[in-house]
Design a protein around this ligand. Structure first.
Ligand SMILES: C[S@@+](CC[C@H](N)C(=O)[O-])C[C@H]1O[C@@H](n2cnc3c(N)ncnc32)[C@H](O)[C@@H]1O
Length: 288
């Protein structure tokens, strides 16, 4: 910790440095610093500070997105469970299955938030690195992991920006992002960065809200989102405004085939997707 009581800030590599010189794990090292009293903060380079209020706009300014998640962190998991009527647990398990995990694999859970999915991934005996640029979300996750450690494998928390990951090339067997890609300012750049840190033969799974495939359901769903979601969120969340952003960002998100096109354009192969809950959520996958 610094004298100001803020978490230490580690250095990110300059763009012209060799990839392996990034702050973070080397391929033959354990992936990232362990969970400690404070998450290790890797300078995201975007002026991110925990604890500022407000909600993000659809331009997804990284400082606003991180600040918004800092603000909702304390009640994030309970709000999710209420708003998804408990369905998020099934979506997380389906993501773990889609990743085709095996014991001993190194898994990057980007935009991991409170590391709820990371815990499910570790259950397969994997070493999960949970990375996020919201220090508030990581702290909430850290407290949760201390109360309920993974039943198998390990979960480590690292602060970092998905557009400038603090890991060397080919460091992970599996990379995944749940309900995070929609919040990233530059989706193609994030998909390319995820590919950079995946070993050849590795796999990506993106779990994200998507478009219900049945027309009438799609209309009801989008009405529900726009009208009911912020009101419900007001009752359970610490920041109802953030859930206006959630509704807006889901509406603006590309449909399944368009997101698949972005994965392909970023260099992922064998790209496909599977709809969950009628397409409310889609799991996109690709191979490196
Ligand atoms: C809706 S939460 C999802 C958290 C978790 N994956 C889950 O399934 O519950 C989105 C997360 O994305 C993170 N995020 C958004 N953009 C990011 C970026 N560029 N780098 C790292 N994290 C990012 C936010 O801080 C937030 O914690």
């Amino acid at each position: 910790m610094t004298a100001m009581g803020k978490p230490d800030v580690a250095r990110t590599p300059e763009p012209d440095e060799a990839p392996g010189s990034a702050v973070g794990p080397k391929p033959d090292e354990a992936p990232g610093p362990a969970v400690g009293p404070d998450p290790v903060v890797v300078e995201p380079g975007r002026g991110v500070q925990p604890g500022r209020g407000g909600r993000a706009g659809l331009d997804k300014r990284p400082d606003q997105v991180a600040a918004m998640f800092d603000q909702v962190a304390r009640r994030y998991d309970i709000t999710n469970a209420v708003l998804s009527a408990g369905m998020d647990r099934g979506w997380r398990k389906a993501t773990a299955r889609e990743l085709r995990l095996a014991e001993g694999q190194r898994v990057l859970d980007l935009a991991a938030g409170t590391a709820t999915s990371s815990r499910a991934f570790a259950a397969a005996g994997t070493e999960v690195l949970a990375c996020d640029f919201s220090v508030g979300m990581l702290r909430a996750g850290q407290a949760r992991l201390a109360r309920r450690p993974p039943v198998a494998g390990s979960v480590r928390l690292v602060a970092g920006d998905g557009l400038r990951l603090p890991f060397p090339d080919a460091a992970f067997d599996r990379v995944t992002i749940s309900f995070g890609l929609r919040n990233v300012a530059d989706v193609p750049a994030c998909l390319a960065e995820l590919r950079r840190v995946t070993r050849p033969g590795g796999r990506l799974v993106v779990c994200e809200f998507s478009q219900p495939t049945w027309g009438p359901m799609r209309r009801v769903y989008l009405e529900y989102l726009m009208r009911a979601l912020p009101a419900v969120a007001r009752a359970v969340s610490s920041s109802a405004d953030s859930y206006v952003y959630l509704a807006e960002s889901i509406r603006a998100w590309p449909a399944q085939p368009d997101l698949a096109g972005l994965l392909t354009a970023a260099g992922w192969t064998n790209v496909g997707w599977r709809n969950l809950t009628g397409g409310i959520v889609a799991l996109h996958h690709g191979d490196r």
